[in-house]
Design a protein around this ligand. Sequence first.
Ligand SMILES: [Zn+2]
Length: 269
Amino acid sequence: MASWQELGPGNFILATAGELLNTGLVLGSERALVIDTGCGPRQAAGILAAVREITPLPLVVVNTHAHYDHFFGNAVFAADGVREFWAHENAARTMAEHGEAQRRMLDSAHEPEMAAADGELAEIVLPTALVKDQPVLLDLGGVVATLFYLGRGHTDGDLLVGTQSTVFSGDLVEQGSHPSFEDSYPAEWADTLRQLSALRHRYEFLAPGHGKSVSDDFVKTMANTMSTAIRMAREAARETPNDATKAIPILPYGPEQSRWFMARLRQTA
Ligand SMILES: [Zn+2]
C-alpha cells in the first residue's frame, strides 16, 4: 500500500521518492483531483498506482507551478484518460517555453526515459485549462476545490488549491529544506506568504510542496525570515555596493540558496 496521509476528510498527500514531492488528492463523488504529477513516467506511474488504490474515479490534474518535478508526470495521467490539466497562466507559459530545457535537470538514473525524451509517456503534456487572476471553482461532485493565485513567490505562477479543510500550497511553502529561490521573487514571496497566512481560519491543514504538513506559525516564520533576509541583503548591498555577495554568509538559507536569493533579489527588486 502506498503511504497516503489523510489530512481533512477526503484530502490526502503522498510523498514520493527523490525530493519527497507531495502529491495531493482530493476526492469528490464524481471525480478526484490530483495535485502535481512527479518528474517523469516512473514517478508518475507510482503516483497513479497509489491514486488507484484510493479511488477508481475519473481524474482532474492541477500542476502547482512550472518546475519539472510538478508536471513532468502529466503524460502518464493523460494515458489514464485525463483531459483537464489546470495551471496558472504564467506557469503554463513557462512550461511551454522552457519545459523541454528542464529535461536537463533530471536525474537520468531515476527518469531515463524522461531525460532522453524517449516514448509517449515521456512527452511533455501542457496544461489545457488556465487560471488567471480570478479563482476557479472545480466541482468534484459534492466537493468543491478552489484554484487560486496570491501573487508571485517561488515562481511567477504558483497556484494554490483550497478545500473545506486543506490548502495545498505547492512550493510556496516547503518543509524540511530551504525555500528554492532559482525562479523566485523574494520580496513579493514574503507578501504572498502573509496573504496565505491571512487565510488561516479557512483551512485546518496546509500541505506544502515538499515535506510534512505545517501550521500557520511555519508560514509566518517563513515570511518573517524572508523579510529579515531581504533587509540584511539590502543593508549589505548599501555597505559594500561593489560586492553584494558579502551578504551571503549571514543569510539563513545555506550557501547555494543564499546565492540564488541574492541574485533573484537583484534581478527582481
Ligand atoms: Zn518548485
